[in-house]
Design a protein around this ligand. Structure first.
Ligand code: AR6
Length: 172
């Protein structure tokens, strides 16, 4: 059972590259070689060593994650998640998105991260509607946290007010 008193889920407005948490999640693509959006921001803030480490991993399938160090980021780890491109909802997007969040929580526990911050995976360039994505994210995180008691704090980091309001409604 998850211990609601010890496992805090919160939504904030902010830049994930600035957060002093143990692990931040990147909304990456299957190449893991960088891109725009939050991926570009994370690579710029972490410095070139992040790309060097990513080059040594040969990509990552959609719905899965890969872990690297954070280099010049305040966060010690980057968990690179490859979310689905939104194609209308009939292509397994929901299960793939949930899988990103669940795998990220499991990997956080494996590397002994007690705090983890997520961006709103897939809802930027990949076009997943945020009002559909956020409930999937929150449910997957809550379910997976039950088997990851060492993870104490989960921060849903929103980059715009609309995304924040969707998360705030879900988290109460
Ligand atoms: N901190 C927190 N959230 C951010 C930041 C930031 N610094 N910058 C953007 N966001 P996106 P995707 C928000 O497009 O939809 C890349 O090219 C943004 O406002 O970054 O999963 C990858 O390489 C949005 O709410 O990721 C892939 O090719 C959310 O992060 C592709 O984009 C996700 O938007 C992935 O697309």
């Amino acid at each position: 059972m998850s211990d609601a008193r010890r496992q805090l889920l919160e939504a904030i407005l902010g830049d994930i590259t600035r957060l002093a948490v143990d692990a931040i999640v990147n909304a990456a693509n299957a190449s893991l070689l960088g891109g725009g959006g939050v991926d570009g921001a994370i690579h710029r803030a972490a410095g070139p060593e992040l790309l060097e480490e990513c080059r040594r991993i040969s990509g990552c399938p959609t719905g899965e994650v890969r872990v690297t160090r954070g280099y010049q980021l305040p966060a010690h780890w980057v968990i690179h998640a490859v979310g689905p491109v939104w194609e209308g909802g009939g292509r397994g997007e929901e299960a793939l998105l949930a899988s990103c969040y669940a795998h990220a929580i499991r990997e956080a526990a494996r590397v002994e991260a007690r705090s983890i911050a997520f961006p709103s995976i897939s809802t930027g360039i990949y076009g997943y509607p945020v009002d559909r994505a956020a409930p999937v994210a929150v449910r997957a995180v809550r379910e997976t946290l039950e088997a990851a008691p060492s993870v104490e704090r989960v921060v849903f980091t929103c980059f715009d007010e609309r995304t924040l309001s969707v998360y705030e409604e879900l988290l109460g």
